[in-house]
Design a binder for this molecule. Sequence first.
Ligand code: NAP
Length: 496
Amino acid sequence: MNTKEHPKAIIVIFGATGDLAKRKLFPSIYRLVQNNKIAKDFAVVGVARRSWTNEEFRSNVKESIQASMKTHPELDEFASHFHYHPFDVTNPSSYLELNGMLTDLDGIYHTSGNRIFYLAMAPEFFGTIALNLKKEGLTATDGWSRLVIEKPFGHDLPSARKLNHEIREAFTEDQIYRIDHYLGKEMVQNIEVIRFANAIFEPLWNNRYISNIQITSSEVLGVEDRGRYYENSGALRDMVQNHMLQMVALLAMEPPIKLTTDEIRSEKVKVLRALRPLAEDEVAENFIRGQYDLGTVSEKTLPSYRDENNVDELSMTETYVAGKLLIDNFRWAGVPIYIRTGKRMSVKSTKIVVQFKDIPMNLYYNRKETMHPNLLVIHIQPDEGVTLQLNAQKLGDGTYGKPIPLNHCNNSIDGINTPEAYEKLIYDCMRGDATNFTHWDEVALSWSYVDPISKAWEHEKAELAKYPSGSMGPKEADQLLEKDGAQWWPISDHFE
Ligand code: NAP
């Protein structure tokens, strides 16, 4: 591809002095330019209230690149494309000035009127910004305009609907890119490839051969300095409504007729529609909420969630969720999908384990040994890869099988703060590919599933199970699987 064909646009970042911009967005844009993915002729305009100059903004950009990358050639040249425009987004008159600035930059950088408005700010501002962008003519250019929105998209279905209504006043659905950064992860994108490019899996990918699926996303860190945000969110809204349900949809969807955005999304939507809804009084039986307690990790005593900054000392906010989901369709009827996610757990890991049913008769195991099921493990982070656990003959006395893992590890530059997913997503947005962003229908269906669970918890219809910091969660989450004769497969932070 020659440079002329590279996507080009002005990226306007609302909330450009914030954490997300510094840790994820600036390094991602840098890598896209360095890797020659987007045109060298690009511009970024930062908006926030702080009265920074262009120079101050640029040095913040440079710091962010220096902190996240070992080498950083052409950094001054890169930073010179960044411009800062201080204003309060609730002030409508400032949008006119911003428009003038964008028009000037468009002339300088030849960006053809293409604009990305990236809202890296608290969601209460999303509607105001979108409306003002339209009202003051910032979206009326000769090129395209796209709106990128960070999570959380509402805190329940009514608030998400209200927000969606506000942004739809100004942007059409195909101009809206709702970020779920899990969808930018290499191995999440690979779920579809593993499923649909391998003849050996598709015939087995159903309730005749799969016993259960387990999705774990565990963090070692606690709530850190995000207590205020987290108190209003909790693990259900922060992780389950978006990332976990997106992984469920990708694992359970039917093969799309084509790999287009609309076809893939429409198959994911069908899965979300087929999730068996839970009535409030069924929640306790199927979902466990937990909260981390005191615990010792590497000989250090860590505080309980209730002792963290900006957390209520009687907080009922869940830092852990485990749940059993059922999908009522022909392919999945009767196959439980177990999910769990939490903070302050013993390992940082996101993994999917697909457990196949046992063979009908066990010829190879002596009576003392239990059967080893075949497992397909998709390692999402920090390791990236796939393991297929088979049984093979154990050398020595007698003939009996032994589990052997076939591993493929993509590893991976992935670290805690990898901007990799954001890099892919910004690139997709520049190219107008919305496949790895969430459509409104997915957001709405996810909230419909999750809302009765949060209501049941608000109405205290389920216990809050405490778990020690540094453990894999409360014992109630183990019992959830034991009731079905299943168990969580062990998760470690490295390739097994
Ligand atoms: P943050 O650090 O608090 O940054 C908020 C930004 O908004 C700052 O630049 C702030 O700058 C600006 N701002 C606040 N009020 C403003 C106003 N009235 N007018 C103009 N600018 C205003 O937040 P963040 O962590 O970057 O998160 C931003 C969004 O991304 C949130 O929706 C969050 O949920 C989401 N998100 C963040 C992360 C992450 O890793 N940080 C991950 C996933 C999603 P001034 O104070 O200078 O105005």
